[in-house]
Design a protein around this ligand. Structure first.
Ligand SMILES: C[S@@+](CC[C@H](N)C(=O)[O-])C[C@H]1O[C@@H](n2cnc3c(N)ncnc32)[C@H](O)[C@@H]1O
Ligand SMILES: Nc1nc2[nH]cc(C(=O)O)c2c(=O)[nH]1
Ligand code: SF4
Ligand SMILES: [Mg+2]
Length: 218
């Protein structure tokens, strides 16, 4: 597997936001979102075995891990599944940030493991790459579906995807709407959600408020 960075921080996104977490950022991505804040992970990194990655995770405090990138699910599948097995054996709680283009059914999860599935909206330029069948594979209560929104068009696209695939919060699906950092007035996005009476979690990237938004490793 190729690893760009491993660090200990607070989870800045998702429903675990605010909790201490070890991050493993894998190298390489199959998409090129217009707004991507992690372009440095596309090529830079070192090759490591799943056991080496696991040992590094163990050297940090806590039992919470976020696998991200780049795109974590383009790492060799066998190795990723080995790492997930080791994390499960070690009683870690794991979230996997994935970009919506990879078939998540190829990665059977263990207990305490979940996907945060980012469905790429039109302004990312990557909507056409989405594997919509993932929306039938996600497990309500366990997984989260995230839409990172830059404008009204993105918002309407996201709401229509939720309705079309029946992943309504009322059915136990956990939906997150987050702003593209700096691209949209936060109040505007919140007001759209309230006007439409959607039971969706509004979420901002906490680490970009705590630290310099361009700082790596936080
Ligand atoms: C860097 S990506 C890595 C994982 C995976 N490739 C993905 O896109 O989900 C992690 C998360 O950061 C979000 N992200 C990247 N750039 C962002 C930005 N400028 N503003 C808000 N969120 C951003 C992505 O949408 C994604 O949900
Ligand atoms: N603190 C912090 N929380 C995060 N949650 C998801 C991240 C990511 O880049 O995937 C991230 C990140 O880069 N930093
Ligand atoms: S999929 Fe994730 S890592 Fe890849 S370009 Fe998009 S935001 Fe960046
Ligand atoms: Mg990030």
């Amino acid at each position: 597997m190729r690893v760009n960075e491993i660090f200990f921080s607070i989870q800045g996104e998702s429903k675990s936001a605010g909790l201490p977490t070890v991050f493993v950022r894998f190298t390489g991505c199959n998409l090129r979102c217009a707004y991507c804040d992690t372009t440095y992970s596309y090529f830079e990194g070192e090759t490591k075995t799943p056991r080496e990655v696991f040992a590094m995770i163990q050297s940090y405090p806590g039992k919470r891990v976020c696998l991200t990138g780049g795109e974590p699910l383009i790492q060799p599948r066998e190795e990723m599944n080995q790492l997930l097995q080791m994390l499960s054996d070690g009683q870690y709680e794991v979230s996997i940030e994935t970009d919506g283009s990879i078939d998540i059914r190829k990665f059977p999860l263990f207990d305490r493991q979940r996907f945060v599935l980012d469905m790429k909206v039109p302004s990312s330029g990557m909507s056409h790459k989405m594997h919509f069948a993932n929306l039938e594979a996600i497990v309500p209560e366990r997984d989260e579906v995230k839409f990172v929104i830059g404008n009204r068009d993105d918002y309407e696209w996201s709401v229509s995807v939720i309705r079309q695939y029946q992943i309504m919060p009322e059915q136990g699906y956990q939906i997150l709407f987050s702003p593209v950092f700096g691209a949209i007035d936060l109040k505007t996005l919140v007001e759209w959600l309230l006007e439409d009476q959607l039971d969706i979690r509004f979420q901002i990237q906490l680490h970009k408020i705590v630290w310099d938004p361009n700082q790596r490793g936080v």
